[in-house]
Design a protein around this ligand. Structure first.
Ligand code: ADP
Ligand code: ASP
Ligand code: MG
Length: 806
């Protein structure tokens, strides 16, 4: 014999009840079917009752909705007539009468509430029984409880016997309402919200069923609540203890008391999906095979918690304090979800449901009145708006390092942990975070422990000019490949230009981002962008700066401080005062996030990365010689008898190699910034004004307007041509070279002959030579395209991938 329980969604409409019929009739065994109320009905009944008792006393909106839902279902299943229609009408009339009564007295007792709370189940069981052509048996006649209305305790001695009597000689199919029961005075009680699962378990245990099947609307017990973690997946097998812990800590898929009766009888529980019956779902049994490979089975959480901390020197070393505390709470029926005590015993923190806090605090104050008055207990502190999260797995006790990994992962994501508890059984580690941090915590922990199918990074991009635009194009082209081959989902979560911004937690469609920005009514602003990014509080967030703005660079401190990585093509920060650069690196390190700026030198070339690898592996940088300006290299490669100096500058600008104002390139400032960054990354403390720049264009041309520059620069053409001829005859070339050696950096125009590595440096290419302790006789060379939007974007992309740590 099997017991099958169908939840609210499973019986929530005529179409769904038809599915239930298929599932039940496919069973060859004898089957007892336990049903919940039609989805949402219990909530509506409870709301109607509350409305009836308070305020306007108007419960009619809910009542109409309740009636309509049942009428529609009856209409489709039975054409709205027959005996079942009458039974349902009678029960709904009863509901209406009691609600009217509540309105009249303006008061709602727990007892009255239980009188109507289970009407949904009484109705649904009639409907399903008739539709299946099965017997209906009334569980309120055989489940006996005490009078703790709302969540009554079962008297198993009486109940088990009554169940056996009710089902003696039973064969075939029967339908039973879940959730409802009666006390020994024959008054209705209920088993607590979600209690239909429990009804099914009680019956299964009393009758020694072969299996208890819980049919619901998801594919079994999942690694986390699928509504919060989209990447959650089904756990094929769980032990009873694991299922108990997970459900106790909020996994709503099964009501916690359900497990004990069937566990005691060794009856397996199978969780199945009514809407995908072919899916194997989850099996809950005693021993689980192959368990050792996965120490953590699932993660669950409860929100709406208050943390109560009782503190006092007078508690240290005094026996019986905890006992008194918990007895006081038990005496007022307060359930303690988590307990955490410092070993100094100077404080105890307990997590309690928010709604119970008033009663709990009063009970504690009363119990410890003497100690409070004498100052032995000096504080009772409440912290509301928190959630308890738990990871659960029997094999945690065989594995070291779980707590370490757990808390460092959470810490890195910037979530503050308020309290921690781990039972000595090591079946569960639970901790408390603020409600606002819950979603992030669940995601971070799920990702790090459950080997989710893929990793996710969330990109917040500022600046969609040539580099930013190119980056998005590359991202769009690569998204599928990354997901398939690297199991990495790079999501564009926020984007801004100078006017508008757009955010989307589930990712912005890249092909539409310009359109979305145009239509957005979210006005852009630097701080507003960061505010929004922080408020979204998503794990694995990366801020990408594709602007050249000082104001944007000034935000990095705040952004890194909020545990968001920064990837930037903007050179301002890394070449600002040393103290600022060093502080940014320090914050990133402290927060466990990345601050990456590979494209600040040589666009996409791995110049900084290589330098970091050398230094991190213990090498020492002795000398850096480099051609770091694509623009200048282009100019000196293009200058010829036919193309005068001034024309090469114009061409560089037209080709997009130079800054809009080419003087930034010509002045050598850009090169100086780059060598400064390389020197700093090599481990030296250096400031911009310590770099010696030898200009090859007179200062006067830098002082005027851009127009004055363009007309003035022509005057240099003749002189440059004369010098070029001499160079040509000597078979030499000009290169603007940056150097760093012995703690000193410089940049200037040099003449190199054909034997020099810089001689054959085509077009706008860059070349860096590192002389190190290891690469001494033959320096290391990195050479390639050093400018251009697409290689720069590729470099930013590479940094993004680095943030994901794959
Ligand atoms: P029923 O009405 O069938 O009893 P419930 O709504 O009580 O269904 O429970 C099923 C719901 O539990 C799922 O829809 C899911 O959103 C939620 N849930 C929470 N945690 C988990 C989890 N770890 N695994 C599966 N479902 C979960
Ligand atoms: N209908 C009840 C509730 O919503 C019992 C159940 O569905 O398990 O809590
Ligand atoms: Mg349920």
């Amino acid at each position: 014999m099997k017991v099958l329980k169908f939840g609210g969604t499973s019986v929530g409409s005529a179409a769904n009840i038809k599915r239930v019929k298929q599932i039940v009739l496919a069973e060859k065994d004898d089957v007892i079917v336990v049903v919940s109320a039609l989805g949402g009905i219990t909530d509506k009944i409870l709301n109607a009752a509350t409305n009836a008792a308070t305020g306007t006393g108007d419960f009619h909106t809910e009542l109409t909705e309740i009636k309509t839902k049942h009428e529609e279902t009856l209409q489709e299943l039975f054409n709205g007539s027959g005996k079942v229609q009458e039974l349902v009408n009678n029960l709904l009339d009863e509901l209406e009468q009691i609600l009217t009564g509540i309105t009249l007295v303006g008061e709602l007792t727990a007892k009255t509430l239980d009188r109507i709370a289970g009407i949904g189940e009484r109705v649904s069981s009639h409907i399903v029984a008739h539709y299946l052509g099965a017997d209906r048996k009334d569980s309120s006649e055989f489940i006996r409880t005490n009078s703790n209305f709302g969540r009554a305790s079962v008297d198993f001695n009486v109940t088990n016997q009554k169940i056996r009597d009710a089902f003696s000689g039973f064969r075939g199919k029967a339908v039973v309402p879940g959730f409802i029961s009666k006390n020994n005075k024959g008054e209705f009680t209920t088993l607590g919200r979600g209690g239909s699962d429990f009804t099914a378990a009680i019956i299964a245990a009393a009758l020694d069923a072969e299996i208890l099947e819980i049919w619901t609307d998801v594919n079994g017990f999942m690694t986390a609540d699928p509504r919060v973690i989209r990447k959650a997946y089904t756990i094929p097998e769980l032990t009873y203890s694991e299922a108990m812990e997970l459900s106790h800590f909020g996994a709503k898929v099964i009501y916690p008391p359900t497990i004990l009766p069937v566990y005691q009888k060794g009856i397996p529980i199978q969780i199945k999906n009514t809407f995908e019956p072919e899916n194997a779902g989850t099996k809950i049994i005693k021993g689980v095979k192959n368990g050792l490979d996965r120490p953590i089975k699932g993660i669950s959480s409860i929100s709406g918690i208050t943390l109560l901390t009782i503190q006092g020197i007078g508690m240290v070393g005094v026996t019986g304090i905890s006992m008194r505390l918990f007895t006081a709470l038990a005496s007022v029926n307060v359930n303690v979800i988590l307990i955490s005590q410092a070993s100094s015993e100077n404080s105890i923190s307990i997590a309690i449901e928010e709604k119970a806090i008033e009663v709990a605090e009063a009970a504690i104050r009363e119990e410890f009145e003497k100690e409070i008055n004498s100052g032995q207990v000096n504080k009772i502190e409440l912290e509301s708006g928190v959630s308890v999260v738990a990871i659960v797995g029997e094999n945690m006790k065989h594995t070291t390092g779980i707590a370490g990994k757990l808390f460092s992962t959470i810490g890195k994501s910037g979530v503050n942990i308020i309290a921690i508890a781990q039972g000595a059984s090591e079946l569960n580690i639970s901790w408390v975070v603020k409600n606002e941090e819950l979603r992030k915590t669940l995601n971070v922990v799920h990702e790090s422990f459950f080997l989710s199918e893929f990793l996710e990074i969330n990109v917040f991009l500022m600046g969609i000019g040539t580099v930013g635009g190119n980056l998005l194009q590359q991202l769009q082209q690569q998204q599928n490949r990354l997901l398939k081959e690297k199991h990495l989902r790079v999501k564009l979560t926020g984007v801004a230009n100078s006017k508008k911004m757009v955010f989307h937690r589930d990712g912005i469609e890249i092909e539409k981002f310009r359109e979305l920005l145009e239509n957005s009514d979210h006005v852009s602003g630097l701080h507003a962008f960061v505010d929004e990014m922080e408020a979204m509080n998503i794990y694995n967030s990366v801020f990408v700066d594709c602007t050249a703005s000082e104001d944007v660079a000034a935000l990095y401190k705040r952004i890194l401080g909020s545990n968001i990585s920064v990837v930037t093509a903007n050179k301002v920060a890394a070449s600002s005062e040393y103290s600022n650069y060093a502080e940014l690196k320090k914050i990133a390190k402290q927060k466990g996030v990345k601050f990456l700026f590979e494209t600040n030198v040589g666009a996409g070339l791995p110049i900084i990365n290589t330098l970091n690898d050398l230094v991190n592996s213990g090498d020492k940088i002795l000398k850096i010689e480099a051609v770091l300006s694509g623009t200048l290299n282009y100019i000196f490669n293009t200058i010829s008898e036919d193309v005068p100096f001034s024309k090469t500058i114009k061409m560089a600008k037209e080709e997009g190699y130079s800054e809009p104002d080419p003087r930034i390139d010509l002045s050598g400032v850009d090169v100086a910034r780059k060598i400064l960054i390389l020197a700093r990354e090599s481990g030296y403390v250096l400031e911009m004004d310590e770099i010696l720049i030898e200009r090859f264009v007179p200062d006067s041309l830098f002082d005027g307007t851009l127009d004055e520059f363009w007309s003035g620069i022509k005057s240099l053409d003749t002189e440059f041509e004369q010098r070029r001829k001499v160079l040509d005859a000597e078979n030499k070339k000009w290169r603007f070279v940056a150097r760093f050696e012995n703690g000193k950096a410089s940049a200037g125009l040099e003449e190199v002959d054909a034997t020099h590595p810089f001689y054959d440096l085509e077009g706008s290419n860059n070349l860096v030579m590192y002389t190190t302790e290891r690469y001494d006789e033959f320096p290391m060379l990195i050479k390639g395209y050093g400018a251009g939007a697409s290689v720069t974007a590729a470099g930013v992309f590479a940094d993004l991938i680095k943030v994901s740590n794959i």
